[in-house]
Design a protein around this ligand. Structure first.
Ligand code: ATP
Ligand code: MG
Length: 441
């Protein structure tokens, strides 16, 4: 590098990695509000939190998700640890890690589990609206339940969350992938059918024709839509047990008044699913309309080395859900302090810190002015903070161990109270304000 290009490189501003977004305060406050709603909702169904590492051994995902899938073939951030040569991957999804943790810590030995996790996932995709390289999922997994009841519970849970968030335009698509044997019978028919259209298959399709033909049904290539539309349906290959399970799910959905459409092409992009699979889709987000997806994955625990256990779960895309929430008119107000403390002089500053801590001890949100400046400029900042009240401490107040209290929004003049009484006085002022807002006593 020449001296000139080196200098230029240094001057260039550093940017986040493409497809990985900063979530700035205005937006992050909406995220927190959303997460509060989500946490209450998860608790109301008895799901408990679990937190897994963001980096896992690469073989975990290859084994869990399947070698011939979009994620493993082309979307994983995999690298070799420069210090010990381990093959590692930034997690592209949460189910594999969650099941790995359950097996490693033998969590299933006592009773069935209902768990949830949330956090960033990483996939090397082409960034566009609703599709990022770092995105966030909230996922739930239930292990040890083999009936259709838990599948239905998951779907009803989603419906309730849409209601809690005020989302209306989210539709449910449902399918059953049957068992491994049923899929094998369908697979043979599917290959014969697709062989007849071999010339029209795209590169992915040709490659997957014998390795993973079911995946071809999942293609997003518009040129292949008519071919996959007319392909043999997996549903026609399901046996009695699988059909009974699927019926059981549908009965509970109908009882709850949850509408759905059976989509024969819904096969999900991961290999571990069987029986019930579902997606929640909206038309309000353009091409990236799937906000939540999941289903049953009875073989995964055993596949990852655990004692066989049935399992089901789903994951929702937080960015897409938040976009939809905003689209549906959700408004999240920025956090506002109750009190802004202004002060001038050394003694006043010390008293200001004591007053602010005393107020926080009583549960008030307090912004203490830092950085000096005239009373006038401090008061401007107090006003801009949208606080209801200013605590004002000058040399006079400091000398007498008192603080001034000045309403910033409503009527009323400044009063002086002793430091010990500041919390009660603030409570009285804020309480009166609230009563006035509510239309008086
Ligand atoms: P898609 O078909 O959109 O690629 P997927 O089948 O790969 O989705 P899943 O692995 O089932 O997605 O993940 C569950 C949810 O996570 C998706 O329904 C979506 O809401 C969200 N999601 C998946 N990939 C991304 C991404 N790259 N950016 C933002 N959200 C995503
Ligand atoms: Mg994908």
């Amino acid at each position: 590098m020449t001296e000139k290009t080196e200098k230029k490189a240094k001057q260039q501003t550093l940017q986040a990695v493409r497809g990985m977004n900063d979530i700035l305060p205005d937006e992050a406050e909406a995220w927190e509000h959303f997460e509060d709603i989500v946490r209450d909702w998860l608790r109301s169904y008895g799901y408990r939190p679990i937190r897994m590492p963001i980096v896992e051994p690469t073989p975990l995902f290859k084994r869990a998700i399947g070698e011939v899938t979009d994620i493993v073939e082309k979307e994983m951030y995999s690298f070799e640890d420069a210090l010990n040569g381990e093959h590692l991957t930034l997690r592209p999804e949460g189910t594999a890690s969650c099941v790995r943790a359950i097996i490693q810590h033998n969590l299933l030995h006592v009773a069935p589990l209902r768990l949830y996790y949330h956090g960033p996932m990483f996939r090397h995709e082409r960034p566009q609206k609703g599709r990022y390289r770092q995105f966030h999922q909230i996922g739930i997994e239930a292990l040890g339940f083999d009936g259709p009841d838990i599948d239905a519970e998951h779907i009803l849970m989603c419906a309730r969350l849409w209601e809690d968030l005020g989302l209306d335009d989210v539709r449910l698509e449902l399918n059953s992938l049957g068992s491994a044997e049923e899929r094998a019978a369908h697979r043979a028919a599917l290959i014969t059918y697709l062989e007849g259209h071999r010339d029209r298959l795209d590169e992915d399709g040709k490659r997957r024709l014998y390795t993973n033909p079911l995946r071809i049904l999942d293609t997003k290539n518009p040129e292949l839509q008519d071919i996959v539309e007319a392909a043999p349906k997996l549903m026609d290959y399901l046996g009695e047990e699988s059909l009974k399970h699927f019926d059981g799910v549908q009965t509970l959905l109908k009882d709850a008044g949850v509408h759905y459409r059976i989509n024969h092409r819904l096969v999900r992009g991961l290999d571990y699913y069987n029986r019930t699979v579902f997606e929640w889709v909206t038309t309000r987000l353009g091409a990236q309309g799937t906000v939540c997806a999941g289903g049953r994955y009875d073989g995964l625990v055993e596949q990852l080395g655990g004692r066989p256990a049935p399992a089901a779960g789903f994951a929702m895309g937080v960015e897409r859900l938040l976009a939809l929430w905003r689209e549906s008119g959700a408004q999240v107000d920025a956090a506002v302090p109750d009190v802004y403390v202004v002060h001038q002089g050394e003694q006043a500053q010390r008293l200001a810190f004591r007053a602010a801590e005393a107020l926080r001890e009583h549960g008030f949100a307090v912004l203490t002015h830092c950085g000096g400046g005239s009373f006038k400029s401090q008061m401007k900042k107090a006003d801009a903070s949208k606080a209801q009240l200013a605590v004002v401490i000058g040399e006079d107040e400091a000398a007498s161990g008192e603080v001034g209290l000045k309403p910033l929004r409503g009527p009323g003049g400044q009063q002086r109270v002793p430091l010990e009484g500041v919390a009660d006085a603030v409570a009285a002022c804020l309480f009166i304000d609230e009563e006035e807002e509510d239309g008086g006593i």
